[in-house]
Design a protein around this ligand. Sequence first.
Ligand code: SF4
Length: 289
Amino acid sequence: MTAPRNSAVGEQESADSTEASKPHKSVKGSKGARPESRLALVRRARRINRELAEVYPYAHPELDFENSFQLLVATVLSAQTTDLRVNQTTPALFAAYPTPEDMAAAEPEALEQLIRPTGFFRAKAKSLLGLSAALRDRFGGEVPGRLEDLVTLPGVGRKTANVVLGNAFGVPGLTVDTHFGRLVRRWKWTTQEDPEKVEAEIAALFPKSEWTMLSHRIIFHGRRVCHARKPACGACPIAPLCPAYGEGETDPDKAKKLLKYEMGGQPGQRLRPPSDYPGRPAAPLGAAG
Ligand code: SF4
């Protein structure tokens, strides 16, 4: 079901052989440097992708799911909360309503109570009831594998549709969430703020076959190292390629303390992580620690 892991990483440019060991003072695109050519930007972007593939060979969707319906529901629930909180909530939800038909027939209050820990539970319950009914009535109880169909479902936008396509159907897609947008702007791959424009500009820098894994790698890096408020620049493996190096903590020891999940020796977000994930699984809802 999931997209191929560790897929070949873009094109290899032999001219681009900077060692990723020390912060590079003259990264093109950084303040005071000459404007970066399109070719140099493409090379640097692909180099960053290759470095991230080395750092996170196990990058994967951090929502637990067993089929496309579960992934769709989990992605809708993940708005304004963590994947961990969704993963702690969905086992009971999917046990109660395993199919779109079951969920479409749910009592709204019972559904709301089950998804309450994910926040905004009334609006999310409404979306889940609406999308389940639409799957039952318009798509024969199956999740459609086309973007244009997915975005007609209640509560499903382009980002959710791309998550489902990329990870349940193997259709390449970029997931422009808050981490993705922040990092690609820090890397000066784009200056756009609008997610659709960001998606279009980043899509033009990479072969289509890279889109899904690139998204996972960027989101992994945003969650673990390149945080919104305190990026761990001093412990960042792609610092030599980053025009925003220095925006966060540069002292290596202090930066190391900012690392999260498996990079910081903490549990991950999944209750059932893939077998090659080097970190620890998260605890179920209500468990200590
Ligand atoms: S942590 Fe710092 S050096 Fe690393 S990608 Fe983010 S801003 Fe750049």
